[in-house]
Design a protein around this ligand. Structure first.
Ligand code: UT7
Length: 326
């Protein structure tokens, strides 16, 4: 069977930095509380960039890094829960801006696990010989769905986009070795972001839902720690590998304490977990792509390294990919 592999990465975050001290001027919080409970020091907040714009900028960099042209793309998948519009999709907007005329394009919704869901979906098309080159993007403007009066949520999130170009692995080495996706709809109330309330000639709601992120923080925390540990264990067993075989683990960047706990119960050195959430906060579907792009450009990862990507988030959803960097 042919493997899907990453041949280029890109990312984009807004220039505007909002520090914890800046937030303390908006809500009743402090740098001390946010830093000690989450590890987050600052985040990027859009001063006008839309999700599709950030997705486009990240995509451009990924395409350049992959050394291909937009016309080579067969498919564009964008993972997002904060699209510019219900229709058209962010992926179609990016396709137009890139001039990727041959590519099919669609959005995918799996909250903070979106990048993992999109990469696994992309791998299915590649492994089955349907498509050769796929652009996968995770992009979010979470700042537009935050209640900026709710200190329990608004301090956690940030805006940004990450992208990868995936293609067929030309050698026996490199590419995706194992992956898995989970969903648990029974826990959907842990993390929610309501949509438009039904209102038509037959239904006149008394109240309308507020389109803000709502969260049961401690439930999400426990789910996240368990998900990271379970996903790592499952993928190691699927790939018939030991944790010692893995050089790096990139989890969804939500909270440093989540990563710390997961490392501890997995009995894996914290040094193997890449962390950049102190600079970006939680960027949902964008976080894993941004982290991967940083590691690639800083040449932290090199050919032959085994890497696990793990996502978790609303739905609830989780999932992971074990790959060899080529
Ligand atoms: O992609 C997944 C997205 N979600 C997550 O990753 C969230 C996972 N959960 C968490 O990271 C943690 O549960 C939080 C960081 C959100 C909260 O930490 P916690 O240790 O679970 O705090 P808590 O909710 O139990 O709140 C403790 C106290 C409360 O005050 P009282 O009742 O003890 O007086 C909160 O009102 O901290 C208060 N609090 C804050 N204080 C200052 C909550 N948010 C803040 C804040 N600044 N921003």
């Amino acid at each position: 069977m042919q493997h899907a592999r990453i041949i280029g990465t890109g990312s984009y975050v807004p220039d505007n930095i909002m520090t914890n001290d800046d937030l303390a001027e908006i809500v009743d919080t402090s740098d001390e509380w946010i830093s000690s409970r989450t590890g987050i020091k600052e985040r990027r907040i859009s001063k006008g960039e839309s999700t599709s714009e950030m997705a486009y900028y990240a995509a451009l960099k990924a395409i350049e890094n992959a050394n291909i042209s937009a016309m080579d793309l067969d498919l564009i998948i964008c993972a997002t829960i904060t699209p510019d519009s219900f229709m058209p999709s962010v992926a179609c907007m990016v396709q137009e801006r890139l001039g990727a005329k041959k590519a099919a394009a669609f959005d995918l919704s799996a909250a903070c696990t979106g990048m993992i869901y999109a990469m696994v979906t992309s791998a299915m098309f590649i492994e089955n010989g349907v498509y050769q080159k796929i652009l996968v993007i995770g992009a979010e403007t979470l700042s537009k769905v935050l209640n900026w009066n709710d200190r329990s949520t608004c301090v956690l999130f940030g805006d940004g986009a990450g992208a990868v170009v995936m293609s067929v692995s030309q050698s026996s080495r490199g590419g995706m070795i194992a992956h898995h996706l989970f969903s648990d709809g029974e826990k959907q109330s842990y993390l929610t972001l309501p949509s438009i309330t039904l209102k038509n000639p037959y239904v006149q709601p008394e109240t309308t839902d507020v389109p803000y992120i709502l969260m049961k923080g401690q439930e999400v925390f426990k789910y996240a720690v368990r998900s990271i540990a379970d996903n790592i264990k499952l993928l190691l067993s699927k790939a018939k590998m030991e944790k010692e075989d893995i050089q790096y683990i990139i989890t969804h960047q939500a909270n440093f304490r989540i990563i710390e706990h997961a490392a501890k119960i997995s009995d894996i050195s914290l040094d193997k977990f890449y962390v950049n959430l102190e600079r970006y906060g939680n960027t949902s579907a964008a976080s894993i792509g941004i982290a991967l792009d940083e590691m690639n450009r800083k040449e932290i990862i090199s050919a032959g390294d085994k890497i696990i990507l793990v996502g978790f988030g609303g739905g609830m959803t989780s999932g992971a990919i074990l790959m060899e960097w080529a």
